[in-house]
Design a protein around this ligand. Structure first.
Ligand code: CA
Length: 141
């Protein structure tokens, strides 16, 4: 699991059938143990991203390798759509940095410590995208 424009991918919640079962490490890796045989919906999400979703079939006692997915950034108002509301929320936080009383970490999309023009650019670049995206290195809705 990777996140657009970041080099560390920790703290992404991994849910199975809507229940959080794992959290990624810095390397973006995770393991979910004890999934029952059958079909399951796996999602990756953290604040500011569109969900990525995979539907998997687990065979009894077998390991499923989900391969790689990329989370798209910009859904700071988390409704599964990147639109003008996200743009306005991000823009209102411009210039806030870690340590400021009003800093909100999920608006620092590129995770460089401040909400800057690069964060707003990510929202603009992904404007109109909706989630969950398909579990893939190159996500599509
Ligand atoms: Ca949104």
């Amino acid at each position: 699991m990777r996140i657009q424009r970041r080099t560390a991918w920790a703290d992404t919640a991994i849910s199975v059938d809507g229940v959080v079962r794992a959290v990624t490490g810095q390397d973006g890796l995770f393991v979910v143990l004890g999934a029952s045989a059958g079909e399951h919906v796996v999602e990756a999400w953290q604040p500011g991203t569109l969900r990525s979703r995979a539907v998997i079939v687990v065979a009894n006692g077998r390991v499923v390798d989900l391969s790689e997915t990329l989370l798209l950034l910009g859904d700071v108002y988390p409704n599964g759509r990147i639109d003008v509301v996200d743009y306005l929320i991000g823009s209102a936080a411009l210039g806030r940095c870690q340590g400021d009383d009003d800093f909100q970490g999920w608006l620092d999309l590129t995770a460089n410590g401040c909400v800057g023009p690069e964060d707003i650019q990510v929202i603009v670049d992904n404007m109109g995208r909706t989630g969950p995206t398909r579990w893939s290195p190159v996500p599509s809705p």
